[in-house]
Structures are given as C-alpha cells and as structure tokens.
Design a protein around this ligand. Structure first.
Ligand SMILES: Cc1cc2nc3c(=O)[nH]c(=O)nc-3n(C[C@H](O)[C@H](O)[C@H](O)COP(=O)(O)OP(=O)(O)OC[C@H]3O[C@@H](n4cnc5c(N)ncnc54)[C@H](O)[C@@H]3O)c2cc1C
Length: 391
C-alpha cells in the first residue's frame, strides 16, 4: 500500500530517485571532507543532468518554457532529492511560478529565464540582524531617486550568495508622506556598493554559504522593482509558501532514507548474541519513525494537492506551514533516533545519519522557525476554525 500517485508522477519519482542515488549520493562523503565542494567536472555533470531533467523549470509555466508540473509532482521530486546530504541536490537555481506573475518581460528575460537554463543563479536577502522571525521589522531601505532606487542596509544569512549573480532583496520604500511600504527588488551582486562583510561557518558542510551582505548607496534601476506598488510582501509570502512545502518534502525524503538505513543496520548489528532489531526498544524507535514519516508525508502531499485543486490560498498557506512544522520536527526526531541506533558509528561524519542529524536542524529554523509556523497555524485556526482548515 502506498499513496496513490499517477503513472506520470511515479515516473518523475523514479527519475529523481535515480539522479539522487546514482549521481549525487556517491559524492556525499567527498563533499563532507572538502568543504562541500566536488571535483569541478562532477559538479558540472550534476548541473548538466539537473538541467536535462528539468529541475530548474519544474514550477515555471509551460508558455514560458517551463514544465508547469503540478505541485504534487514537484513535492514527490523534492522528496527524492531530500534523500541526499550536503545539499548536493542544489545543482541548479529554480524559477518559481510566482515570478511569472510578478515580473515584467524585461525582468523575466534578464533574471528568470537565465535561471531556467542555468546561466544565472539567485539568492534571497530578507533577514537582517534585527529582523528574522519578524520580516516586517526590516530596516534596509530602497529610497526612490528619479528613475532609480538607492539601497542601504545589511542582510544576514544570504544562502548561496557565494554562487549568485543577483539577489532578490526585500527592502522598505520610504514615501514622501512619511509612510513606508515593503517591496522586492532585483539587485546585481556585482553592483557598486554591494559587499560581503562576513561569511560565518554553520553546522553543515555545504558549498553554498550563508554570508552577510552590506548594501551601501547601491543604485538600482526603478525597472528592478518586482511587482506593483502596494504588493508589499505578497511575493515574499509566495516564496515562503513554496519553500516551506519543498522543505517538508525534503525532510520526508531524508527521514525515509534514515529509516531504511536504521532498519538495515539493526538487522545486521549483533549485540549480546542477537541482532539489535530483535530488541523492542530499537523496534519502538523504528516504528515511531515510520508512523511519523507517514503522517508528515500525507500532510505534505495534501498541501501540494490542495494547491493543485486551486483551493483558497490562505488555507493552503496554513497547510504549507503545518507540513513544514510537522515534517521538519519529525525528520529531526528520526535523525536523532537513527544516530542512536547506529551507536558510535552514528557519530562518524562518514555516516549519512550523522550528516542528516546536523543538516536537518536548520529546517526547523529557516523559512520561518517552528514557533513561527505554529503562530501562523494558530492565527489561521482562530480565524477559520477547525472545519475551515481541515474539514
Ligand atoms: C543556514 C541558514 C540559512 C538561511 N538562509 C536565509 C536566506 O537565504 N535568506 C534569508 O533572508 N534568511 C535566511 N536565513 C534566516 C532565517 O530565515 C532566520 O534565521 C529565521 O527566520 C529566524 O530568524 P532569527 O535567526 O533572527 O531568529 P529570531 O527571530 O531572533 O528568533 C529567535 C528565537 O525566538 C523565537 N521567536 C521569535 N518570535 C517569536 C514569537 N512571536 N513567539 C515565539 N517565539 C518566537 C524563534 O522561533 C527563535 O526560536 C537563514 C538562516 C540560516 C540559519
């Protein structure tokens, strides 16, 4: 018994699994021991294969050269890619469907299409030293000046900025009236006034870093503003929604691999004359893990399917938060248990369980911490009631 998926979705699942198992997983240990880096020819092959598979275009509309896949198919694909450690599945940038609603033809040509064919890479700069969980508190400004905006501020944790050509930057636009509004901008990373001021090390070994960037008097053309005045943070919310769903998917994939590894090891490892799989304390860890994975996976698939059915976006938004919350917390518990099942071997960096144990931790933090997901769910519950959210 498995979740009923169409033959087309199952074919995507097979292709993504094949790419993960044959191309990416064999290089995890190399990446772990080399600051996340792969030999250049291997990295180039991974990128070429990812482009050939269409991973940069899954969500882009067909009329713009994308694959326009249902969200359920995308979740199934990202679940398989989540089986890989060291972020080796981040071989290409991905264009999202909201970009085609938000961006002008010129922006699509200059920034979004080059992401789809692997020519340009993006990063997202929202978080600041004093604005993480509350992006409404950001202090970076984009002050209108003729046909330009002038950007000043500092952004933290800008994932993949070390590989990026441009930044999706969230800033506050002060108005003459003394009011202000939030807006999203394209900023070229090599524009004068853009500088990396810190590059901290984090708990995982990824070639994508999370540096701090300072923007000092950066002049960007007015044409680089994304969306219309008044759109505020709506496109940032679209981005959050998609990322939360795909994080949930990746967490499910990671948990599935962890459980498989834990079960295999438990059957083979003999302690006090018996395989540890015979011991009920070990069985309980495996059983809890599988049951929790199944619950998280169903939630994740359903959040995607709701979007495909065109259900109310506010309700979908809540479901994406529930899926991210449930799946990321679940995957962390699973990683902890599987490390435990491996005993001392679970503490070795050569063991994928050890790497997942470190890597999955951030899934409870980025794209909104678990606490923030709970607040989103609770606010929606108090507004819509149980029936309004889950029938
Ligand atoms: C590796 C990494 C990569 C990242 N990549 C990016 C990126 O590419 N782009 C980007 O813009 N950002 C990125 N981030 C930032 C990330 O989204 C933030 O770290 C996250 O949103 C939390 O913000 P904060 O770190 O400022 O924590 P804070 O907001 O300071 O929160 C601290 C603690 O307080 C809790 N808390 C806050 N408010 C409440 C509340 N109302 N009720 C209860 N508890 C609360 C939080 O849950 C957390 O436990 C990244 C972070 C990391 C670690």
């Amino acid at each position: 018994m498995a979740y009923p998926l169409s033959p087309a979705t199952l074919e995507w699942q097979r292709k993504a699994r094949d790419y993960a198992e044959r191309e990416l997983i064999p290089y995890e240990e190399h990446a772990e021991l080399n600051e996340g880096l792969l030999p250049p020819e291997v990295a180039a092959r991974h990128k070429a294969l990812a482009l050939e598979l269409g991973l940069s275009r899954l969500d882009a509309p067909v009329e713009h050269g994308g694959l326009g896949l249902p969200k359920l198919d995308q979740v199934v694909i990202w679940e398989q890619l989540g089986r890989v450690t060291n972020a080796l599945c981040w071989a290409v940038s991905e264009a999202h469907d909201w970009m085609f609603q938000a961006c002008t033809p010129g922006q699509l040509e200059r920034y979004v299409r080059p992401m789809m064919d692997g020519r340009r890479c993006e990063c997202y700069a929202i978080t600041e030293a004093q604005a993480g969980s509350d992006p409404g508190a950001i202090a970076t400004t984009a002050r209108p000046e003729g046909d330009h905006y002038v950007v000043n501020g500092e952004k933290w944790f800008v994932t993949s900025a070390n590989k990026a050509d441009f930044v999706f930057l969230q800033a506050v636009v002060p108005r003459g009236t003394g009011e202000a509004e939030h807006a999203l901008f394209f900023v070229d990373i090599d524009a004068p006034g853009v500088e990396m001021v810190d590059n901290p090390r984090f708990g995982h070994t990824f070639s994508s870093h999370h540096p701090t960037y300072r923007f000092t008097g950066v002049r960007i053309p007015a044409a680089n503003r994304i969306g219309r005045p008044g759109d505020g943070m709506s496109y940032t919310r679209s981005w959050f929604r998609r990322e939360r769903l795909m994080i949930a998917a990746r967490c499910c994939g990671a948990a599935a691999r962890l459980i498989e590894m834990g079960a295999e090891f438990a059957k083979a490892r003999v302690v006090s004359g018996r395989p540890i799989a015979d011991y009920q304390l070990i069985q309980a860890m495996l059983a809890d893990s599988l049951a929790e994975l199944w619950g998280a996976r169903l939630m994740t698939y359903e959040a995607a399917a709701m979007q495909d059915r065109g259900e109310d976006l506010s309700v979908v938004h809540t479901h994406c938060s529930m899926a991210k919350l449930t799946a990321s917390e679940m995957a962390n518990r699973v990683a902890d248990r599987v490390v435990q099942i491996f005993g001392g071997r679970g503490y070795m960096r050569s063991n994928a369980a050890q790497r997942f144990y470190r890597e999955l931790r951030v899934d409870r933090i980025w794209e909104g911490t678990s606490e923030i997901q709970r607040l989103i769910v609770a606010r929606s519950l108090l507004k819509r009631g149980v029936d309004g959210l889950i029938g």
